[in-house]
Design a protein around this ligand. Structure first.
Ligand code: ATP
Length: 275
């Protein structure tokens, strides 16, 4: 108990524009995921069931967690992150109350690996619980009026989308990868050169790049094969730290020992020109 974290809608959390290199999957994200989350009554009107779960897979640091957050933020719905295994039912019932909502399970292979590999009864029970909860993740209240598309109870359907993330999709219990469970798999692979340029441009959007430097992000992308988003993010931060160091160095007095706390002195943007 107490291991389940939940975040309600995060106003300034990541959105799609904050993730580079996802142009190729944007249509799919909007059509199949975002639109039904924003309008859970639409699948009911059409007589179809929306996706119960999506499995994001790819190497560490390629943006799976960020994308899951961005989907919730774009839809403006609560995001619940499950970090331990005991509370699956509780979490689903909480998420149901704030429907539509998202439950995120990071490293899902660790809690729902192939059942033949699971040693303990408790672990097996968790997979079974998850399967049951996911089977009930879209609930139409009352019966549907075919003409208006609304339910006789007047309520919108309850919709909890589960997003799982893993570096090892093959290790996930196949029962979870069947239609009706994690029936959509989205690969976030190691970005190619173009994707790296896009990621760098997103990550450096707020950087003050104009200070005397001519930045060629495409050139940096060319020089960084194998870098994933997390590596590029570290690179951008490192560059920012180096800029700060140049500024600090330029202000260091000749004799630090006698000049006391020189670092407290106010700074002005114009002092930094040409550094
Ligand atoms: P893990 O498998 O280790 O949990 P992950 O795939 O979930 O990793 P994230 O945690 O989403 O990766 O990303 C790590 C960091 O890299 C974050 O700070 C994120 O901002 C940045 N990042 C990763 N991919 C991208 C991307 N495509 N665009 C912008 N930032 C990215």
């Amino acid at each position: 108990v107490g291991d389940v974290e939940s975040d309600q809608v995060v106003k300034d959390g990541p959105k799609f524009k904050d993730i580079g290199g996802i142009q190729g999957i944007l249509d799919e994200l909007i059509n199949d995921i975002l639109f039904p989350l924003c309008h859970p009554e639409l699948p009911m009107y059409l007589g179809v069931k929306p996706l119960s779960g999506i499995l994001l897979h790819g190497p560490p640091g390629c943006g799976k967690t960020k994308l899951a957050h961005a989907i919730a933020n774009e839809a403006g719905i609560p995001f619940y992150k499950i970090s331990a295994t005991e509370n699956i039912r509780d979490l689903f019932s909480k998420a149901n109350k704030t429907s539509p909502s998202i439950i995120f399970i990071d490293e899902i292979d660790a809690i729902a690996s192939k059942r033949e590999n699971l040693q303990r009864e408790m672990e097996k029970r968790i997979v079974t619980q998850l399967l049951t909860c996911m089977d009930e993740s879209y609930e139409v209240p009352g019966t549907t009026d075919a003409d208006s598309g609304s339910t006789t109870s007047g309520k919108k359907p309850g919709y909890v989308l589960v997003i799982g993330a893993t570096n090892r999709p093959d290790a996930v219990d196949p029962a979870l990868r069947r239609p009706g469970r994690f029936d959509r798999e989205i690969a976030l692979g190691v970005p190619d050169e173009n994707a790296r340029t896009e990621i760098l441009s997103v990550l450096s959007r707020n950087l003050r790049l104009e200070m005397g430097c001519n930045f060629d992000l495409a050139k940096i992308a060319k020089a960084t094969p194998g870098f994933v988003g997390a590596d590029l993010s570290a690179l951008v931060n490192k560059a920012g730290n180096l800029a700060m160091k140049r500024i600090v160095d330029s202000r260091k007095p000749d004799n630090e020992a006698t000049d006391g706390d020189w670092w407290r002195q106010p700074w002005e943007a114009k002092d930094m020109e040409g550094l």
